[in-house]
Design a protein around this ligand. Structure first.
Ligand code: ATP
Ligand code: MG
Ligand code: MG
Ligand code: MG
Length: 566
C-alpha cells in the first residue's frame, strides 16, 4: 500500500471525551471516527486491524470444530416473547417497528434465533453435538456508551452456540471453547485471565469471562497466585461468603414505571405470599424516581410466572431494571447486562444490598413510603458485606491470598443448559425414540473491544505498539526526501516490490512530507517495523531498521533487508 493512494487520517488532538489511552490513540492514529454516541466508522487502518482479529478468531473457531453461519441483525419480537426476554432484557434492547407496525429488535445477542433455527434443522441425536458461530454486528443501547469502541452501541461480536444431547457433551465442548479462547488471546499477544463469572441475564449455571488486565478495566478481578483461582469480584464475593443456597433461586430486579401511587407499591409488597416469590423489596431510583422491585424467585419460577399472577403493578410494561440505575439505587453492582439474575447469596446480603427501612414509593413527589422492609421468608443465610472482598483476603479455595486487578471483559462463555431450548421447545429424538430437550452452551468474544484492550496494553507516549499478529501493516518503508533523491526513490521502490513479492504487508510512505512528519505518523499508527532509507546510509548500501516496541535500531545491507524482516 502506498500512502499516496491511502487514507492516513492521523490527527494531533483527541476529543475531550476520550478519557482512556486506547480511545485517544484510536482517534489520533486514524483507526475510527465517531458518527454518533456509541457508533463508529472504521477507517482503513482500523479495518485492517479488525480483519486481523476476525481472522484469528475465525481460525481458532474452525479448528475447534465450530461451523460458521450468518444470522440477521434484525430479529422478530415473537422469538423474544417466547423466551421471556422481550420483558426481561430492558432498555438495552433496541425495539423497532416495521411499516406494518410489527415489532422487531436489533439483535444484542442471538440465543433465540439460533435455537429456533436448530429446532427446525436438527431432529436426531445423531446430528449432535453441533456448534455454530457467526461474526457479526450487534446492537445494545448501552446506558452510557463510552471509551470509544470499548463500550459502543454497535459492535462486532463472535458468538457461538452449541447444542447437545447431554450435559457431558456440553461440558466437553465448553472445555474446548475455553481452550480456543486461550489460544485466541495468546495468539493476539494479550495479558489475560480466564475467571469464573456470573452468568447474568444470559442465564445458565457455569460461566467464565476472559479479562484483559488493564487499569482502565471496568471489572475487578480477584485471583490467587497460589492456585488457579480467579473470579470476577462480583462472584468471588458471592462465593467467599459461603454456601450457595438453592442454586435455582434467582434474583430479579424490575423497574415498575407503572407504579404511579404509593398504594400501587404497598399493594405489591403484599403479594409476597405468591408462590413464586421468596423475597421482595421495593426501592425508588434516585435519578429516575422509578420504583425498583427486587424479588427472589423460588426454584424454577420465571418472571412470566409472576406476570401470570396478573397483579396490576405488573401489567405491561414490565421491564427489567437498568444495571447502572440498580447500582446507584442499591449501592451494589449486580453485574452484567440490563436484566439481573444472580446466584442467591448476593441477594441475601442485607447489610449492603438490602438494608432495612427503605424509602420507596411513587413516581410522584411526596408520595413516598418510608420504612419498607424485607417482607417475609428472609433466607437464613445472611452474609458479610458484599463490597468487603479486598486484596489480601483468603482465596475462597483456601489457597493463598486474593489479589485484585482491573480487567476488561473481552470474552464470556456459558453453559446455558435448557434455558432457551426449553422455552422454545428445541429438542431431538433420542436413542430410544423419545423427544428430548437439548442442552446448550454459548460463547461470545468482543472482536472490536479486543482492539481497544490490546492498545491499552501496548502503547507509549508516541502512540500504539501493535502486537505483530494484529498490526495493520508489518513494515513501513520511510524514504527520506525521496522526491529530491533519485537514489532513495529507487531503493524504496525496489524494497517495496520485494516485500510484496515476499508476501509481507508493507506500507510505503511516499507522501511529499518532511521525515519528521512521517516518523511521527508511523510511530502513532504503531507499525511494528520501519525501514528508513536515507542518502547517508545508502553510501554504504545500507538502510536503518527500527523496532517500534523495543525502540532498537540496526543498520541492514540493502540486499539483506527483506530476508531479515520476513
Ligand atoms: P459488559 O459487562 O462489558 O457490558 P457483557 O457482559 O454485557 O459485557 P456479553 O453479553 O457477555 O457482554 O457479550 C460478550 C462480549 O461482547 C463481551 O465479553 C464483550 O467483549 C463484548 N461486548 C459486550 N458489550 C459490548 C459493548 N457495548 N461494546 C463492545 N463490546 C461489547
Ligand atoms: Mg459483563
Ligand atoms: Mg453489558
Ligand atoms: Mg458478559
Amino acid at each position: 500500500m502506498r500512502t499516496s493512494e491511502y487514507l492516513i487520517a492521523t490527527q494531533k488532538e483527541s476529543p475531550a471525551e476520550a478519557e482512556i489511552v486506547s480511545h485517544q490513540l484510536m482517534i489520533r492514529a486514524g483507526l475510527v471516527r465517531k458518527l454518533a454516541s456509541g457508533l463508529y466508522t472504521w477507517l482503513p487502518t482500523g479495518l485492517r486491524v479488525l480483519n486481523k482479529v476476525t481472522e484469528i478468531v475465525r481460525d481458532e473457531m474452525n479448528k475447534a470444530a465450530a461451523i460458521e453461519i450468518s444470522m440477521p441483525v434484525v430479529q422478530p419480537a415473537d422469538l423474544w416473547q417466547e423466551s421471556g426476554r422481550w420483558e426481561e432484557y430492558g432498555p438495552e434492547l433496541l425495539r423497532i417497528k416495521d411499516r406494518h407496525q410489527r415489532d422487531f429488535v436489533l439483535g444484542p445477542t442471538h440465543e433465540e434465533v439460533i435455537t429456533a433455527l436448530v429446532k427446525n434443522e436438527v431432529s436426531s441425536y445423531k446430528q449432535l453435538p453441533l456448534n455454530l458461530y457467526q461474526i457479526q454486528t450487534k446492537f445494545r443501547d448501552e446506558v452510557r456508551p463510552r471509551f470509544g469502541i470499548m463500550r459502543s452501541r454497535e459492535f462486532i461480536m463472535k458468538d457461538a452456540y452449541s447444542f447437545h444431547a447431554d450435559s457431558e457433551s456440553l461440558d466437553q465442548t465448553y472445555q474446548r471453547m475455553h481452550q480456543a479462547y486461550c489460544n485466541i488471546f495468546e495468539r493476539i499477544g494479550l495479558d489475560y485471565r480466564p475467571v469464573i463469572a456470573d452468568s447474568g441475564s444470559i442465564g445458565g449455571a457455569v460461566s467464565h469471562e476472559f479479562h484483559v488486565l488493564a487499569e482502565s478495566g471496568e471489572d475487578d478481578i480477584a485471583f490467587s497466585q497460589a492456585s488457579d483461582y480467579a473470579a470476577n469480584v462480583e462472584l468471588a464475593e458471592a462465593l467467599a461468603i459461603g454456601e450457595r443456597a438453592d442454586p435455582k433461586e434467582s434474583l430479579k430486579i424490575i423497574d415498575t414505571p407503572n407504579a404511579k401511587t404509593i398504594e400501587d407499591v404497598a399493594a405489591f409488597l403484599n403479594t409476597g405470599a405468591d408462590k413464586c416469590i421468596k423475597t421482595l423489596i421495593v426501592k425508588a431510583g434516585e435519578d429516575t424516581g422509578h420504583q425498583f422491585v427486587a424479588i427472589v424467585l423460588r426454584g424454577d419460577h420465571t418472571l412470566n410466572d409472576i406476570k401470570a399472577t396478573k397483579h396490576p403493578l405488573l401489567s405491561s410494561p414490565l421491564v427489567m431494571a437498568n444495571e447502572h440505575e440498580v447500582k446507584e439505587t442499591f449501592g451494589v453492582s449486580f453485574g452484567s447486562i440490563g436484566p439481573v439474575n444472580l446466584p442467591c447469596p448476593i441477594l441475601v446480603d442485607r447489610s449492603a444490598a438490602m438494608c432495612s427501612d427503605f424509602i420507596c414509593g411513587a413516581n410522584t413527589d411526596d408520595k413516598h413510603y418510608t420504612g419498607a422492609n424485607f417482607d417475609r421468608d428472609v433466607p437464613d443465610y445472611e452474609v458479610a458485606d458484599l463490597r468487603n472482598v479486598v486484596a489480601g483476603d483468603p482465596s475462597p479455595d483456601g489457597k493463598g491470598k486474593l489479589e485484585i486487578r482491573k480487567g476488561i471483559e473481552v470474552g464470556h462463555i456459558f453453559q446455558l443448559g435448557e434455558k432457551y431450548s426449553k422455552a422454545l421447545n428445541c429438542g431431538v429424538l433420542n436413542e430410544s425414540g423419545k423427544h428430548q430437550i437439548l442442552q446448550m452452551g454459548c460463547y461470545g468474544i468482543g472482536i472490536t473491544r479486543i482492539i481497544a484492550a490490546a492498545i491499552e496494553q501496548n502503547n507509549d507516549k508516541f502512540g500504539i505498539q501493535w502486537p505483530e499478529a494484529i498490526a495493520p501493516f508489518k513494515i513501513v518503508i520511510i524514504p527520506m526526501n525521496m522526491h529530491k533523491s533519485q537514489r532513495v526513490a529507487e531503493v524504496a521502490n525496489r524494497l517495496y516490490t520485494d516485500f510484496i513479492a515476499a508476501g509481507v504487508e508493507v506500507l510505503f510512505d511516499d507522501r511529499k512530507e518532511r521525515p519528521g512528519v512521517m516518523f511521527n505518523d508511523m510511530e502513532l499508527i504503531g507499525i511494528p517495523h520501519s525501514v528508513v532509507i536515507g542518502e547517508r546510509n545508502l553510501d554504504n548500501l545500507q538502510v536503518e531498521h527500527k523496532n517500534r516496541k523495543t525502540g532498537e535500531k540496526q543498520l541492514l545491507n540493502i540486499d539483506e533487508v527483506v530476508a531479515c524482516l520476513t
